[in-house]
Design a protein around this ligand. Structure first.
Ligand SMILES: [Zn+2]
Length: 69
């Protein structure tokens, strides 16, 4: 099972390679993750960068966690 984000407004989806719990964590802490990314020389894990970009791109839209097989 894969987990990802779906924007109800745009009907676009993203399935980063990570767990449901991690996606939930990131969704609740976009601002924290963005700060960490700014101050980290090595950058974030790629799933986190992808997720962050998606969440920021769809800021203010209704984003839900979805799953697929
Ligand atoms: Zn959107």
């Amino acid at each position: 099972m894969q987990y990802g984000y779906r924007c109800d407004d745009c009907e676009s989806v993203l399935f980063p390679t990570t767990t449901r719990a991690e996606l939930r964590w990131l969704q609740d802490r976009v601002h924290v993750a963005r700060e960490v990314a700014k101050h980290s020389s090595t950058g974030l894990d790629s799933w986190m960068m992808d997720g962050l970009n998606f969440l920021e791109e769809h800021q203010g839209h209704s984003i839900v966690l979805v799953s697929r097989r």
